[in-house]
Design a protein around this ligand. Structure first.
Ligand code: PEP
Ligand code: MG
Length: 898
């Protein structure tokens, strides 16, 4: 295997590059693009790249070099010296190199770099002689020892910074630049002493000479240790975490680029800078970036000195030519890579060198504008433009955000459950949130976890913060549905709801009711005090890209919504129907008492009167939904949750009874409450999510589906008479056998027929089922024979396939599973291949059983771009997601099709 590839020119000036931009998996992003730039004739300092595969072999062998690798590196080093006509470590004219990481996917700032490698006590003299600039030479040596000690050996950078500070104090120097060559030479001696005292002889036996650790003088040893350090940085905790967050595989490895140093700190005709070919914040077509005269790259990034805007560069005395050339390079790079590029460059004594280029990171607004402009400029196709915008990034445009120039201290972190930012006073109960809203106050609702009871408070609050629960917890799902910012599972929060306060573990901060906090659901952070917010920018560019996306996607996009406002919002975002109307969300607030009276009263009369009241209310609900979605399908799901969710908590009632008993309350009222408690207790199940819920409810209490279907059909009939075009569909949840579906289908059909008869209209209402249990998926052919459509409930399907409780696991063991790589990602956020296999089986069998079957998905996965790619591959007809995910899903569906 070939482990090393060279790039740049030979001594005669011919390009001898061996790689290209197509080789990112081998050479890493930086190495591949350095090769590409050399190939298109741009000035790239010569060097070579050690492959990513070598890094992985070295790491997998327990930090042991693969056979022959060091020899191959030595021969490329010799080749580089020959190409440059200089030798590393030479006493007369030394070659200096940089050693930089470069993974296949960009991991900015996560891994290590060493500059000025090759300096030692001999070559420093050569550098002085060649440059005639002892100060520059000693400064380079000092920087090298500092960087090598910190990055390669892991010594504390402060040891060296403190030595510099002490030297400056001694000399009365205000800044680093006031130190003379002699001062710096003295510092070099001091640095070497610090090195000897702190580097471990056990860990670095190669550095031990005469029984003492010394700073390595042998350039070959310097190079080997530096490359090993860069390899090692692939697995440092920072890089590992970054990969986990960004779903980058751990087995890619990093390449190492060894490249001749060029110096931007050789006086006023030298400079260094970073730039973008367009504005990465808003996409404007302009050169964007900063440079520093007489500086090295790290000075720009560290922000120690004030930089100047790149547009001025070509007007600066001594830099005009290089500045003009740089602008030509920007254009050339954009035309070649056909993307907005990010660039690092150095000008050494008037001569321009390109150190790096890659596709520039950009905000959502910039991504949209750049994609559209480049398509109009003829640089890219419409298809490419649609693929240039990250679907998840669109969230940035749809919710208020923390002002990017604001500064703040984070007091707690949780899961970024629902994007957007919120500022408000802390409240600890839904009732307090509602009361505050009535007073016109903005609040953040802080709960251990929310329940359906909290809904009114969740609507009243600006944002929701929980200390328990994951990304499909109640709080997260509802918040996303409402478009409300939510941070959940912030475990540092120790809430005492009764005392109306929360302690932040590990700090002495206590949040009390009324304290103002800010939360950012896009990043999952919580801040004490008010952070300035900026309104979402919904620009014409978003519309344009989404329209283009619609031209390419084959997956339909519907929304999960259960009230007319959300339905209208999702329609304005481009939803082509409602894929899931969770009717239990219509039984909250004052309706709760009606359903409670249904549940708790056995006598047929009070049952019937409760059902009549629910019928009236539901007819109005459906009328509003179908009207908002006129002409488009609305899938109404019959009641799904276990009934106890509508009842008081028996524990709270028990506590209350005990308390009142102790206070000598009236015996009759106590007896009545004890009876109520016994009744509620009879609804308590050990595993409610596996209990009396879904279609089982309709089978046990047929009066409920009859009521709901009658309301659906009646609302549709009324709208029809008003000249509108309603398209309701009826969905039966949690079916596991075809017999269940058949029975409830019969009930629904009979009810629809009665309504048609009574109202004098013809209604054709499709009846389908959710597929959210493994048994339903594997017997989908039988079930499909009785279904007009399937909708995969991947929340429950994930829950029942893994046997993971969707309400509990994410705060508990899933984080550990992720850390230990027992799971590659959270299966409640992105569809797991095993669950997807059941979906595929369900679709294939379902279409066998009923060729006209319409199939969609309405679990949380319906709004997740990675899952959407899977669903596209399986051949679903549509995905359904919360309103704010609709634009994201439209774009992701197009990208899946391209
Ligand atoms: C599901 O289970 O995926 C689903 C959409 O239903 P719910 O989340 O309401 O259980
Ligand atoms: Mg479900």
């Amino acid at each position: 295997v070939k482990r090393v590839y060279r790039f740049g020119k030979d001594a005669q000036g011919s390009n001898v590059t061996e790689g290209s931009a197509a080789m990112k998996a081998v050479l890493g992003g930086k190495g591949a693009n350095l090769a590409e730039m050399a190939n298109i004739g741009l000035p790239v300092p010569p060097g070579f790249t050690i492959t990513c595969q070598t890094c992985m072999e070295y790491a997998n062998a327990g930090n042991v070099w693969p056979e022959g690798a060091l020899d191959e590196i030595a021969s490329y080093r010799a080749d580089l010296e020959q190409r440059m006509g200089k030798r590393i470590g030479d006493a007369d004219d030394p070659l200096l190199v940089s050693v930089r990481s470069g993974a296949p996917l960009s991991m900015p700032g996560m891994m290590d770099t060493v500059l000025n490698l090759g300096l030692n006590d001999r070559s420093i003299q050569g550098l002085i002689a060649q440059t005639g600039n002892p100060r520059f030479a000693w400064d380079s040596y000092r920087r090298f020892i500092q960087m090598f000690s910190n990055v390669v050996i892991g010594l504390d950078g402060d040891l060296f910074e403190n030595a510099i500070i002490a030297m400056k104090q001694l000399r009365g120097a205000a800044s680093d630049t006031d130190l003379t060559a002699e001062d710096l030479a003295e510092l070099v001696g001091e640095f070497k002493r610090i090195f000897s005292e702190n580097a471990s002889p056990e860990r670095y036996p190669a550095l031990v000479a005469d029984g003492q650790v010394t700073f390595p003088q042998d350039p070959e040893l310097q190079l080997r240790l530096a490359v090993e350090a860069v390899f090692g940085s692939w697995n440092n905790p920072r890089a590992t975490l970054y990969r986990q967050k960004n779903k980058i595989a751990d087995d890619l490895g990093t390449a190492v680029n060894v490249q001749c140093m060029v110096f931007g700190n050789k006086g006023n005709t030298s400079a260094t800078g970073v730039a973008f070919t367009r504005n990465p914040a808003d996409g404007t077509k302009e050169f964007y970036g900063d440079y520093l005269v007489n500086a090295q790259g790290e000075d720009v990034v560290a922000g120690i000195r004030n930089t100047s805007p790149i547009s001025e560069l070509k007007h600066i005395e001594g830099l005009q030519e290089a500045g003009t050339e740089l602008e030509e390079v920007f254009v050339l790079l954009e035309n070649h890579f056909r993307d907005m590029m990010d660039i690092e460059f150095t000008i050494e004594q008037g001569r321009l060198w390109m150190l790096q280029t890659r596709a520039g990171k950009r905000t959502a607004a910039s991504a949209l504008k750049v994609a559209i402009d480049m398509q109009r400029e003829g640089l890219i196709t419409k298809e490419e433009a649609v693929c240039r915008v990250e679907p998840d990034q669109l969230d940035q445009l749809l919710h208020p955000q923390f002002d990017r120039s604001a500064t703040y201290d984070v007091i707690a972190r949780g899961l970024n459950a629902s994007p957007g930012a919120a500022v408000g006073k802390v409240v600890f109960s839904a009732a307090d949130a509602v009361a505050a809203a009535e007073r016109g106050e903005k609040t953040v609702l802080v709960r251990w976890e929310t329940t359906p009871d909290d809904l009114a408070g969740m609507i009243a609050a600006e944002g929701i913060l929980t200390s328990h629960g994951g990304k499909t917890s109640h709080a997260a799902v509802i918040a996303r549905g409402m478009g409300a910012p939510c941070v959940c599972g912030a475990e540092a929060l120790k809430i005492d709801a009764e005392a109306k306060q929360a302690r932040i573990a590990g700090t002495d901060i206590v949040l009390r009711e009324g304290d103002v906090i800010s939360l950012d659901g896009t990043t999952g952070i919580v801040v004490l005090g008010a952070v300035d917010l900026v309104e979402p920018e919904i620009t014409g560019d978003l519309d344009t890209i989404l329209e283009w996306a619609d031209e390419f996607r084959t997956l339909g996009v519907r929304a999960n919504a259960d009230n007319p406002e959300d339905a209208e919002l999702s329609r304005s975002f481009g939803a082509e129907g409602i894929g899931l109307d969770r009717t239990e969300h219509m039984f909250l607030g004052e309706r709760k008492q009606i359903i409670q009276s249904f549940i708790l009263n056995d006598d047929p009369e009070s049952r019937q009167s409760a059902v009549d009241a629910l019928y009236e209310a539901q007819t109005g609900d459906f009328y509003g939904m179908f009207k908002a979605m006129d002409g488009l399908p609305v899938i109404v799901r019959l009641l799904d949750p276990p009934l106890h969710e509508f009842l008081e908590s028996p524990r709270a009632l028990e506590v209350d009874i005990t308390r009142r008993e102790a206070a000598g309350a009236d015996a009759r009222s106590l007896a009545a409450d004890r009876e109520l408690l016994a009744k509620i207790d009879s609804f308590v199940e050990a595993n409610p999510m596996l209990g009396l819920r879904g279609c089982r409810l309709g089978i046990v209490y047929p009066i409920l589906p009859v009521m709901q279907v009658r309301a659906i059909a009646t609302a549709a009939a009324r709208l029809r008479k008003e000249g509108l075009n309603p398209h309701p569909e009826i969905m039966i949840p949690l079916v596991s056998t075809v017999a269940e579906l058949e029975k409830l289908r019969g009930v629904a059909e009979a009810t629809i027929a009665e309504v048609c008869e009574a109202e004098g209209v013809e209604l054709s209402i499709p009846i389908g089922t959710m597929i959210e249990l493994p048994r339903a998926a594997v017997t989908a052919d039988q079930i499909a024979a009785k279904a007009d459509f399937f909708s995969f409930g991947t929340n429950d399907l994930t829950q029942t396939t893994f046997g993971f409780s969707r309400d509990d696991v994410e705060g508990e063991f899933i984080p550990q599973y992720l850390a230990e790589k027992l799971l590659p990602y959270n299966p409640f956020a992105t569809i797991d291949p095993g669950v997807a296999k059941l979906v595929r089986m369900g679709v294939e069998l379902g279409r066998e059983g009923n060729p006209d079957l319409v199939v969609g998905v309405c679990g949380e996965h319906g709004g997740d771009p990675d899952s959407i790619r899977t669903f596209h591959g399986i051949g679903l007809d549509y995905v359904s997601c919360s309103p704010y995910r609709v634009p994201v899903a439209r774009l992701a569906a197009a990208q899946a099709a391209l």
